[in-house]
Design a binder for this molecule. Structure first.
Ligand code: MG
Length: 219
């Protein structure tokens, strides 16, 4: 009986403790944690490399050269790293500042992904970028996103699709509509790599590979 009372008392204390409203994590500490994750390069890059190693194994095991294989690459926080912009604006975002950053073409390559890009090209797999970025308004001759990709080493890709500025679609809908279009044109989507779950919506064959990105979400 005494044991039962003790258990009852203990459960009440635990219950009261759990039901007390919990303040969300302070944004200062959340940002600090994310900053440390990116800057402790062993952690972020290790996690990226883990995904890429899995992706390479998948390619080695499952590539069927008789198919018209393509790999879909997202750009931001997949192929290119925008940490300089993200931190300059303290994890905030305005369209104006973002477009100025995109126009600067200064984003760095995410090295394991760049290696994977060349690995796929050597296997004869075609590469298409699908991005929520818009084409630049300021630079018409050579779009800064294309310039940035080429300059950091993503050369000779087979196509790039920008989200149209006047589009009412969510980025996820735009991306899946392009994958559908490519499939209708006879391409086999063998690999789809991105950092957001919105990079993978809809049905397509092949396999998706999700890279880490604790800095923001796109829909
Ligand atoms: Mg992205």
């Amino acid at each position: 009986m005494r044991n039962k009372i003790v258990i009852l008392l203990l459960s009440s204390i635990i219950f009261i403790g759990c039901s007390a409203s919990k303040e969300p994590r302070n944004l200062y500490y959340a940002k600090l944690e994310v900053r440390q994750y990116f800057h402790d390069s062993t952690k972020y890059l290790q996690d990226v490399r883990k995904v890429i190693n899995e992706a390479k194994k998948y390619v080695e095991k499952n590539l069927d050269p008789s198919k018209n294989n393509v790999a879909i690459f997202d750009i931001d926080e997949t192929s290119l790293n925008n940490l300089e912009y993200i931190e300059a604006f303290d994890y905030g975002f305005t369209m104006e500042s973002w477009e100025a950053w995109v126009d600067s073409a200064k984003a760095k390559a995410i090295e394991p992904v760049l290696e994977f890009y060349h690995f796929l090209k050597q296997k004869g797999i075609k590469i298409f970028f699908i991005t929520g970025r818009y084409e630049s308004i300021r630079f018409k001759d050579l779009d800064p996103t294309i310039k940035n990709l080429i300059e950091v080493g993503y050369r000779d890709f087979d196509g790039i699709f920008f989200k149209p500025r006047n589009s009412k679609m969510k980025t996820s809908e735009f991306k899946s509509s392009i994958r559908r279009k490519l499939t209708e044109e006879g391409y086999y989507i063998f690999i789809n790599i991105g950092d957001q779950f919105s990079d993978f919506e809809g049905e397509f064959p092949g396999k998706t590979f999700k890279l880490p990105n604790p800095a923001y979400l796109t829909f």
